[in-house]
Design a binder for this molecule. Structure first.
Ligand code: F6P
Length: 356
């Protein structure tokens, strides 16, 4: 009986594998053949974007495709600032921050007229596939564009904010968080020397991941993020209790987009409520966006860039290439722009318990 069931199951699994293989092959055969790819970086820059550009360019060339770079995000598509790239165009950039293609947030591309001009500029070169490295704003543009014109777009999540569903990582987040940790460690030294309370503002207009990760890693007493309700009274009560216990060195990490306000607002509020506390505010700002990418960012950028081109070739179109549980994950651009990653309740509990 067991033998029979095992044979039956093996037979069914075999059929499923063969079916999957046939479906994949049919998809590849029926996919619109892509022969000229454009790559651009859009939105806020993030360390590792260069590594992703390099991967897109070299994978395209490996497959015999022609590849074009677009300057300054979608603006370059509209201004016709598009140029052919070669293997050597991306030499010696894997370790560099910023983006050799430059980047921008293009208001014009959100106008129908702007997208039409962009399309004409791509069409005259025969460009039939686009790879956009950027955040959710950039993906919204890509999604609109591919709905209107018959050019498939692939998104690669490049933002220090890590605020895109469908990927455990976004290119640049790891580097930005490490930059923040290094800076906060230094702030702790001086805070400790003077028995001061420091409010450190990190980036994250809509997302608290940089604050959460860097705050836990530096032993912050409080972490204020846009995703959770900020209870300032409870924070003041806990600081007062710590003052009584003579715990005078306190670090509060706040994401710039916290609902209460950024570092300055939080610092002013604490000064008003705790006049005896020696409070200083430090805004880390754009240093979080620059610098040589970490190993992790170079690695994920290389994997995502490679798979983005594979997607264009094999017909997995209009998706964002992400990585979940160390496996590639392809999320339709539609879903990637709608959902955000969820803040782990476990992590928030850890913050509370370890901050005593
Ligand atoms: O989107 C990434 C990000 O770094 C946000 O965290 C930040 O609010 C924003 O960009 C800053 O943008 P800009 O450089 O245009 O001021």
């Amino acid at each position: 009986m067991i033998k029979f069931v095992a044979r039956f199951l093996l037979h069914r699994i075999g059929i499923a594998i063969v079916n999957q293989y046939i479906n994949d092959q049919l998809k590849i055969m029926s996919a619109k053949k892509v022969s000229k790819i454009a790559v651009l970086t859009s939105g806020g820059d993030s360390p590792g974007m260069n590594a992703a550009i390099r991967a897109v360019v070299r994978t395209s060339i490996y497959h015999g495709l022609q590849v074009f770079g677009v300057s300054r995000g979608y603006n370059g598509m509209i201004d016709d600032d598009i140029f052919e790239m070669y293997s050597r165009s991306v030499g010696n950039i894997i370790q560099r921050g910023g983006t050799i293609l430059k980047t921008a947030r293009s208001a014009q591309f959100f106008e129908t007229e702007g997208r039409k001009i962009a399309y004409e500029n791509l069409k005259k070169r025969g460009i039939d596939g686009i790879v956009v490295i950027g955040g959710d704003g950039s993906f919204k543009g890509a999604q609109k564009f591919s709905n209107e014109f018959d050019i498939p777009c692939i998104g690669i999540p490049g933002t220090i904010d890590k605020d895109i569903a469908g990927s455990d990582f976004t290119i640049g987040f790891d580097t930005a968080v490490n930059t923040a940790v290094e800076a906060i460690d230094k702030i702790r030294d001086t805070a400790d020397a003077h028995d001061r309370l420091f409010v450190v503002e990190v980036m994250g207009r809509d997302a608290g991941y940089i604050a959460l990760h860097s705050g836990i890693a530096t032993g912050a007493e409080n972490i204020l993020i846009p995703e959770t309700k900020t209870d300032m009274e409870a924070m003041i009560a806990s600081l007062t209790e710590k003052e009584k216990r003579k715990k005078l060195v306190n670090l509060i990490v706040v994401a710039e987009g916290d609902e209460f306000g950024g570092g300055t607002e939080v610092g002013n509020y604490i000064k008003e409520k705790l006049p005896n506390a020696d409070v200083r505010v430090c805004i880390l700002g754009h240093i979080q966006r620059g610098g040589s990418p970490s190993c992790l960012d170079r690695l994920i950028a290389s994997r995502m860039g490679y798979h983005a081109v594979e997607c264009l070739i094999n017909g997995t179109h209009n998706v964002m290439v992400g990585i979940e549980d160390n496996k590639m994950k392809y999320t339709p651009l539609d879903n990637a722009v709608k959902a955000k990653q969820k803040i782990s309740e476990e992590w928030m509990r850890i913050v509370k318990i370890l901050a005593s």
